[in-house]
Design a protein around this ligand. Structure first.
Ligand SMILES: NC(=O)c1ccc[n+]([C@@H]2O[C@H](COP(=O)([O-])OP(=O)(O)OC[C@H]3O[C@@H](n4cnc5c(N)ncnc54)[C@H](OP(=O)(O)O)[C@@H]3O)[C@@H](O)[C@H]2O)c1
Length: 342
């Protein structure tokens, strides 16, 4: 019998990638969303069904699920209430795959990504495993809420739950494409692009295709587990810029600068991957159950640049609301020009 997958957030960047992977593996796939995004026509052609669901409305998830699914993939779970929603329907579900985040990890002093601006950047092992301690669950911030979600579901579910922890996600159809930081500069014909921390920052990247691979591997070996998901290598910001420049046919210069922590200075050279110490994970646990990366950053970035090139430069804030919400100014060209002129 054909296995049924129900993807909450099915029209987002992760949902599309997982949907495509599962359709190719012979699953029947339902893409659930509030209906605000473009329908993925390529997936519909492959047989995907789309359904309107606002998971925030009580009882709607159960109604949309109908007679149930072999797997529910939840890409947009952010707190304990979302775990409770999944637990409410678990009698009709074979297993769960849910998207958490690598931002849950903390260092020995309790420092985290979320509070790095106030408390200092965490000192974490280069290539953290899933045994790295996490923040405590709670309502305080994104990561404490993600841990509350993870624990609630793992502690109470009677069905297998695979918790995936990706890093800096990249893919088409993103509303948070960090690559826009470079692509927009290149489209705006900036000839010099400054990079703080000498361009040496490494914030591990995760292609949506690699999330889809890990999701598929986990679904084929149902068991409750936590899995980091990341690209095979963690490129430096300088390498990221060079790959994007190549894909964009850009002939300017990337300028690594020996300037650091933007808390104490200007935004010049600060990119969405800029960190004073590595933030990287290992994917040994996923590999042990059969994960083979589908792609790497160098292969994934040209189609992403192509997609970004097709997006309107004006109005990017509405198109990429998560990126637009960054507290650091992303395109302060006046500050960059003043810096170089000085
Ligand atoms: N971006 C990163 O670098 C990063 C890193 C680590 C972890 N993550 C995790 O990645 C996940 C985000 O996935 P994504 O990047 O694929 O997001 P996305 O591209 O923004 O897609 C979100 C999807 O969820 C749907 N959706 C949103 N609210 C909904 C609701 N109330 N009910 C039903 N559907 C809803 C959206 O469609 P509608 O708007 O039409 O409903 C869309 O299909 C989050 O769990 C986040 O914590 C992200």
């Amino acid at each position: 019998m054909t296995k049924q997958a129900f993807i909450i957030g099915g029209t987002g960047q992760i949902g599309r990638a997982i949907g495509a992977k599962l359709l190719n593996e012979g699953w029947s796939v339902t893409l659930a969303s509030r209906g605000g995004r473009d329908i993925p026509a390529d997936l519909v052609r492959l047989g995907a069904k789309t359904i309107v669901l606002d998971r925030g409305k009580p009882g709607e998830l159960a109604r949309s699920l109908g007679s149930g699914a072999d797997a529910v993939v939840d890409t947009v779970a952010y707190d304990q209430t979302h775990a409770d929603q999944l637990l409410d329907v678990e009698q009709d579900v074979g297993q769960f795959v849910v998207i958490s985040s690598c931002s849950v990890y903390r260092d020995g002093f309790g420092r985290t990504l979320d509070e790095a601006r106030e408390n200092g950047f965490p000192e974490l092992p280069d290539g953290m495993s899933e045994t790295q301690p996490t923040v405590e669950p709670g309502p305080q911030n994104y990561s404490t809420r993600k841990v509350a979600f993870e624990r609630r579901l793992l502690d109470h579910a009677q069905r297998p739950v695979a918790v995936l922890r990706p890093c800096a996600i990249h893919g088409t159809h993103s509303n948070h494409p960090r690559e826009w930081w470079f692509v927009k500069r290149m489209l705006d014909n900036r000839k010099i692009i400054p990079l703080c921390f000498n361009g040496a920052s490494r914030f591990h990247t995760t292609a949506v295709a690699n999330i889809a691979e890990v999701a598929a591997v986990a679904l084929n070996r149902p068991q409750s587990r936590i899995l980091n998901v990341a690209d095979p290598e963690a490129p430096t910001v300088l390498e990221i810029g060079a790959l994007i420049g190549e894909a964009m046919g850009w002939s300017g210069e990337l300028v690594p600068l020996d300037i650091g922590d933007p808390r104490f200075g200007s935004p010049v050279g600060w990119t969405p991957w800029s960190v004073p110490a590595p933030f990287t994970v290992n994917t040994d646990s996923a590999r042990q159950i059969g994960y083979k990366p589908a792609t790497d950053y160098a292969k994934a970035v040209p189609p992403l640049c192509e997609w970004l090139r097709g997006q309107p430069r004006e109005g990017w804030r509405e198109r990429f609301p998560v990126l637009a919400a960054y507290t650091m100014p992303l395109f302060d060209y006046d500050a960059e020009d003043a810096f170089f002129n000085a």
